[in-house]
Write a protein that binds this ligand. Structure first.
Ligand code: 9MR
Length: 402
């Protein structure tokens, strides 16, 4: 076949030329196909567009749908990691679009801020706090004292020396964040899970053992109040949805209140699962309300595991529920959504609840993918493709049928 110079010019003209260029001139994207006679009009073959996802997959929440649904009730928070702030993508978009409070997943703990005595590094924490302020969000400071993130140097020397080290740390941290961080979890998980232990209601922790009593709790609250008279001071723990743990927590708060230790609120972590009764979470709030007028309640680490494991799974990783992989049954996703809805709407009727924080944003980045065993979990409001889940719709739209 003979292509003349005039034909070549026509082939390269206008849109056809652009398409040929884009497709590299080869394959089925354009050009002269076999059997096509030079001189006849060239109609470029348009690539087939990708099939659009079904509407269910493309549900995009309205800007502010989550925080606005509870604007008159409580702040809605998420735990994040500082590194996420620099990522382009949907987690940070979801955070900005849907939440109005932030917790640091680990960057505001003593092992990160002061791994060496007296040497403070606020870089990662400041990044989260600055981001929150720039985006009009609250910050829940988490946490000044937790047995799992206490560097060893805190727990050496005499009692007076340990007290001085804790006071120095708390003073430095609260002074640094003064006016920016509105709330601190002063102590985290100081209540025991085993009511028959001698030191119950306190946890037999490294702190308890080093000090020889629970006096370190007083030191922490007193130092925090002295450093910042305006910040809200919280005691935070998990398992308050079960009566034994809750009653031990109340015993400890009774004692703090009786001795005028400064305390503003109770943090309920609420790491629950699809089989938890929403009423148990609400009863934890009601129990605090009934006993302590004036204390606030925060839900601080809410997530709903899709697995209902026996105690042995947590104790020695045996008998754990089998991994669903990514094929989580629709019935489980629906049950999770219903539980989220019942918890959120119930909390909205409790005036002492001023903040509800999810422990993460999307299911692919949650501590529950590795605890109590490595497994695909899906405990949050956004899925692995970072799309809003059924649970998100359940808590933001009362007319949405689960
Ligand atoms: O989810 C947090 C994980 O990324 C950290 O490595 C870990 C230690 O700092 O803390 C995890 O968060 C815990 C929270 O601070 C207290 N309650 C239990 C949470 C899950 O372990």
């Amino acid at each position: 076949m003979n292509i003349t110079a005039r034909d070549r010019l026509r082939l390269l003209g206008g849109a056809s030329a652009a398409l040929l260029g884009a497709c590299g001139g080869g394959g089925g994207g354009g050009g002269t196909s076999a059997g096509q006679t030079a001189g006849t009009p060239v109609v470029p073959v348009t690539p087939t567009p990708p099939t659009p996802p079904t509407p269910a997959q493309t549900f995009v929440p309205a800007q502010g749908a989550l925080r606005n649904a509870y604007l008159n009730d409580f702040k809605v928070g998420a735990a994040i990691q500082a590194a996420w702030i620099d990522e382009a993508g949907t987690d940070i978009d979801a955070l900005k679009s849907q939440f109005n409070s932030i917790s640091a997943e680990y960057e505001m703990k003593p092992d990160i801020i002061a791994p060496t005595e007296g040497v403070y590094d606020f870089t990662a924490a400041d990044k989260i706090v600055d981001f929150a302020i720039a985006n009009n969000m609250d910050i829940r400071g988490h946490t000044l004292l937790w047995h799992r993130t206490t560097p060893d140097y805190f727990l050496t020397g005499t009692k007076a020396e340990m007290k001085a080290k804790l006071e120095a740390y708390i003073t430095a941290v609260l002074t640094h964040f003064k006016g920016r961080v509105t709330t601190w979890d002063v102590v985290n998980e100081v209540i025991t899970d085993n009511g028959s232990e001698a030191q119950s209601p306190y946890r037999n922790s490294n702190w308890y053992q080093a000090v020889g009593s629970a006096e370190y709790i007083d030191w922490a609250f007193n130092a925090a109040r002295a450093a910042d008279p305006d910040v809200k001071l919280y005691i935070n723990d998990y398992g308050t949805e079960s009566t034994g743990k809750r009653n031990r927590l109340i015993t400890v708060i009774d004692d703090l209140v009786a001795r005028n230790i400064p305390l503003d609120g109770v943090g309920h972590q609420a790491h629950i699962n699809v089989n938890t009764a929403a009423s148990n979470v609400l009863q934890a709030v009601d129990a605090i309300d009934a006993r302590f007028a004036g204390l606030e309640n925060h839900i601080t680490e809410l997530d709903v595991s899709v697995y209902n494991d026996p105690g042995s799974c947590f104790n020695n990783q045996t008998g754990c529920a089998a991994d669903y992989g990514t094929a989580i049954p629709a019935s489980v996703i629906a049950a999770q959504a219903q539980l989220y809805r019942d918890v959120f709407t119930g909390l909205a009727t409790r005036s002492s609840v001023t903040s509800v924080t999810l422990w993460g944003i999307s299911d692919d980045r949650t501590w529950l993918n590795g605890y109590p065993v490595d497994r695909t979990n899906a405990p949050l409001l956004f899925d692995r493709s970072r799309a809003a889940k059924t649970a998100f719709r359940a808590v933001t739209d009362p007319t949405f049928e689960i």
